[in-house]
Write a protein that binds this ligand. Structure first.
Ligand SMILES: NC(=O)c1ccc[n+]([C@@H]2O[C@H](COP(=O)([O-])OP(=O)(O)OC[C@H]3O[C@@H](n4cnc5c(N)ncnc54)[C@H](OP(=O)(O)O)[C@@H]3O)[C@@H](O)[C@H]2O)c1
Length: 496
């Protein structure tokens, strides 16, 4: 394994650590900052502005001013499209640097950032830019005395609160449609990965998005995030993160101006493998190892719960254990690395505790050890947990680490029942050659996205959201995302 050392970690010189407000970088109130740590070394990378409640007020004021001025909200969709396409071009031109920022800041493998995350951002911004001048309103079916127009208008000031596991993609799924629809935004990036959001704001200004339309308030969740959630002049909150904090945003809305709230939250996504996949079990195991261990399992839709037919289970577990052992864990800046460190020390402790508890309860665990790096980073090798009861914590809880639990089934009904035995409902995956079984199961499993014969969250054209405690109030991606950022208005005309 290559060892990262503090001296090999150098952030790009473009990295800025102040807040972004009204088209410029500014200090937080009292020049307050928080320590931003490197997950690969556990050491301080830099100090980033910690927005206070009054900093959030100022950012919202700036967003509101820009919205009311109409330089973005009232121009034609085609004009916004032109600017957003330039924004996408600038992101593409700075892709290598943005990938490096996310890799260092969030401990993500550099190849994932370069090949998946940042290209996805470029695609997303372009897709919403291209879409916005093709979205039509409606005319209602009235008699000849009336004209009923159903139009969509930008919502106003949108608060965007995001987690650290995909600092760029998750952000782009929200800023793409929010900006295209004409809103002003205030972004609260995760405390653990605040840097790329600041760079996106700067590039947005360079592209021609007017000052005040794109603001960033880095800071602590219970301060800056809460202030945004409770703000009476924020019209919409779009949140991605844990169910626990998602619930808080509903309370914040209830306790303030009843702002619209859309929540994308966690999951414990079932991956169902039927017996007819026996001849391709190796291919299935490779796909499901990716589903479980991609981004170190720190993925809301991680395939962390595999349900496999008992006739092929033993062979499948052996294959999964091999796939897990073959995954290269290490320095996120090493191009060979497939799994970087977990995001912080407490995450590693939590993941190891789940593994130990499962083992103590009689589970067979393959892999799943702490890797003690001289760098001090938070590394854990991927774990495959077998012979585990369906009610054990490792099967039920979102662990958010490289741990997959495997449970056997005998019938299709049992597979569906196990799949739905969760409060979550974000994603699922079914593997079978039988089209009837595939479609029956896809219909029966309660999840926002069900993939067939390959782990996937769909593409930018398909909405992404969850059932149950995985989602509330709206979807990211697809044209459906515009619903989060627009208000529906009826204009009723009497023809005299
Ligand atoms: N469904 C999806 O699309 C999706 C995608 C990715 C991740 N996730 C979910 O995100 C979770 C992991 O991310 P996380 O640990 O960063 O989630 P988190 O703790 O819920 O944090 C998400 C965001 O909320 C902020 N926050 C924390 N406490 C807050 C409070 N009291 N009031 C207002 N804001 C607050 C955080 O700020 P700080 O960073 O300062 O704490 C961060 O910006 C997992 O559950 C995962 O499943 C879901």
């Amino acid at each position: 394994m290559t060892h990262a050392t503090a001296s090999t970690i150098e952030l790009p010189t473009s990295v800025r650590t102040q807040m972004y407000r009204d088209g410029a970088f500014v200090d937080a109130e009292g020049s307050a900052t928080f320590e931003n740590l490197s997950p690969a070394t556990g050491r301080v990378l830099n100090h980033v502005a910690a927005a206070s409640e009054s900093d959030v007020d100022a950012a919202v004021e700036s967003a509101r001013r820009a919205f009311d001025a109409g330089l973005w909200s009232k121009i034609s969709p085609a004009e916004r499209k032109a600017v957003l396409l330039k924004f996408a071009d600038l992101i593409e031109a700075n892709a290598a640097e943005l990938a490096l920022i996310d890799s260092i800041d969030a401990g993500k493998p550099i190849t994932d950032c370069e090949e998946l995350d940042i290209p996805d951002v470029v695609l997303t911004i372009r897709w919403y830019a291209e879409a916005i001048d093709k979205v039509f309103g409606k005319v209602s079916p009235t008699g000849s005395d009336n004209l009923g127009l159903i139009v969509r208008e930008p919502s106003g000031v949108v608060g965007i609160v995001v987690p650290w596991n995909f600092p760029s993609n998750t952000l782009s799924w929200k800023i793409g449609p929010a900006l295209a629809a004409g809103n002003s935004i205030v972004v609260k990036p995760a405390e653990l990965s605040p840097l790329s959001a600041l760079r996106y704001a700067e590039l947005a200004t360079e592209a021609g998005i007017p000052a005040g339309v794109f603001n960033v308030v880095p800071g602590l969740g219970h301060v800056a995030g809460k202030a945004l959630g409770l703000h009476n002049d924020v019209d919409v909150i779009t949140f991605t993160g844990s169910t626990e904090v998602g619930r808080m945003f509903l309370r914040y809305a209830a306790d303030s101006n009843l702002k619209q709230v859309a929540l994308e939250m966690g999951g414990k996504s079932p991956q169902i493998v039927f017996a007819d996949m026996e001849s391709q079990l190796d291919e299935v195991a490779e796909d499901l190892a990716g589903a479980a261990f991609w981004n170190g399992g720190q993925n809301c839709s991680a395939g962390s719960r595999i349900l496999v037919h008992n006739s092929v289970k033993s062979a499948f577990v052996t294959l999964m254990a091999e796939k897990a052992a073959a995954r290269k864990v290490g320095d996120p800046l090493d191009r060979e690395t497939e799994i970087g460190p977990l995001i912080e020390a407490s995450a590693r402790e939590r993941v190891l505790r789940y593994i130990d508890d499962a083992r103590s309860a009689g589970a067979v665990v393959h892999g799943g050890a702490a890797i003690l790096e001289e760098t001090g980073g938070f590394f854990v090798s991927p774990a495959v947990v077998d012979s585990v009861g369906k009610d054990s914590a490792v099967v039920r809880d979102e662990i958010f680490g490289p741990v997959v639990a495997i449970v056997g089934f005998d019938t299709e009904e049992e597979a569906i029942s196990l799949a739905n035995d969760t409060e979550y409902g974000l994603a699922a995956n079914v593997w079978t050659h039988d089209i009837d079984v595939a479609l029956r199961v896809a219909r029966a499993v309660r999840a926002g996205t069900v993939a067939v014969n390959g782990f996937s969250e769909g593409d930018i054209s398909t909405p992404f959201g969850g059932f149950g405690i995985s989602g509330f109030g709206g979807h990211d991606k697809g044209l459906e995302a515009f619903d989060q950022y627009t208000e529906l208005k009826t204009i009723w005309v009497t023809i005299r």
